[in-house]
Ligand binder design. Structure first.
Ligand code: ATP
Ligand code: MG
Length: 380
């Protein structure tokens, strides 16, 4: 039997744990064609949740276009992505789709061959780059009209939405807002992990997306349901274990779904021969993962300055410490506050730490503290 605890990519179907309430909530919002901002820290499972929602909505004959803003470097690619994906969802007949897409003014039909050799229709910018925003709005208007004509509900999901700022212009955001606000046939989900960026986009009066929709803050997977999921797979794999020990896996993983999947996956592999999961084995798991990922950590470590390393060591011992307090600076021999601030900012930029909404700093990768702890003990 293959390891059922998948991580790193999108998990679907029986490999996808719980999120029943969240799916139900989002489905309800989308049936009412509302707008929702889905926000959480990284690796909480937004993308997985959204793609499982897409599967569910499609099974109910609702058209869904999923767009990852990371994959759209500029407005013209966003224009072509939204128009192409939505139109394809709404019109499955190829000839009719060709005809529909040929009717656009600023976007021209582009026909290419798909990976399986089939012919796929898309659109690309037909006019000057300066008109990319107009082309995007035309594409959005067109998809709404098409949805109305086909009497189908359309849901557009934009993942990594905080990336919208890279198109640098309040004018883009404003234009998008007024177009979205005008639409009544389309439901939107905007999802992002830059929590402070996402929240200020929706909560600040001066911002284009102010109060455009409700905010849904995605938390960890509900504990009992997650344990049931893990327990179910372990039973299928004929492992001997005590249910109460599994809560410890959730704790070690800080309740972050990515971490938990990773821990469970290693737990499965480590116990493959003995078929026994002991509390000792569970405690060992993060160290095994830290070892597996050590080339990556080594690179990050080498690129860090000495004060940054000292900070990382301190934070790896206790993530609740307050780096700006006098106590902290005295006991770790680092400071002053201004240089600590610079170090923290640089570590955030490098993607090693992130700043939580309460102002504290945490490791992006929850297993890095275990690696730091190991090098401190000179085990590597
Ligand atoms: N419901 C779930 N069941 C099982 N595993 C999950 C679930 N949700 C998330 N995961 C695990 O967490 C990993 C990260 O999930 P995902 O990429 O969806 O997070 P994200 O919030 O979109 O992260 P980012 O903010 O970095 O884009 C997945 O690869 C998967 O291993
Ligand atoms: Mg994601």
């Amino acid at each position: 039997m293959e390891n059922p605890f998948k991580y790193g990519g999108v998990v679907r179907g029986s490999y996808f744990a719980d999120r029943k309430d969240e799916i139900k909530e989002l489905r309800r919002e989308m049936l009412n064609q509302n707008r929702v901002f889905l926000v959480s820290p990284r690796r909480y499972g937004k993308t997985c949740l959204l793609l499982n929602l897409v599967d569910e909505l499609r099974s109910k004959k609702i058209a869904c276009a999923y767009i990852d803003l990371n994959a759209c470097p500029d407005i013209k690619s966003l224009a072509s992505m939204i128009t192409t994906l939505s139109s394809r969802e709404l019109e499955t007949n190829r000839d009719k789709l060709f005809k529909i897409l040929s009717g656009l003014q600023r976007l021209r039909l582009k026909v290419s061959t798909g990976p399986d050799g089939s012919i796929v229709a898309g659109v690309e910018l037909a006019v000057d780059e300066k008109e990319a925003l107009e082309a995007l709005l035309e594409g959005m208007r067109h998809t709404e009209e098409l949805a109305a004509k086909k009497k189908k509900k359309l849901v557009i999901i934009i993942d990594e939405f905080s990336d919208i700022q890279k198109y640098n212009g309040a004018s883009v955001e404003k234009a998008l807002r007024s177009e979205i606000q005008r639409q009544s046939e389309v439901g939107y989900i905007f999802s992002g992990s830059e929590q402070s960026v996402m929240l200020s986009m929706v909560r600040e009066k001066s911002r284009a997306f102010y109060k455009l929709g409700r905010i849904l803050e995605l938390g960890p997977i509900e504990q009992t349901a997650y344990i049931r999921f893990i327990r179910g797979w372990l039973k299928k794999g004929k492992f001997a274990f005590e249910g109460q020990h599994l809560t410890r896996v959730l704790e070690i993983g800080n309740h972050v779904p990515y971490n938990i999947q990773r821990l469970c996956s290693v737990m499965w592999d480590q116990a493959l021969e003995s078929r026994r999961i002991s509390p000792e084995l569970i405690e060992k798991l993060p160290v095994v993962i830290a070892k597996q990922d050590s080339p990556h950590y080594e690179m990050q470590w080498r690129a860090a300055s000495q004060p940054q390393k000292l900070l990382l060591i301190a934070l790896s011992r206790d993530q609740s410490v307050k780096p700006f307090s006098r106590d902290f600076q005295l006991s770790h021999g680092i400071g002053p506050s201004s240089s600590i601030k610079a170090s923290l900012e640089s570590l955030v930029k490098k993607g090693i730490l992130f700043k939580r909404l309460d102002g504290s700093y945490r490791f992006v990768d929850g297993f890095m503290p275990y690696w730091i702890d190991q090098i401190r003990r000179n085990l590597y």
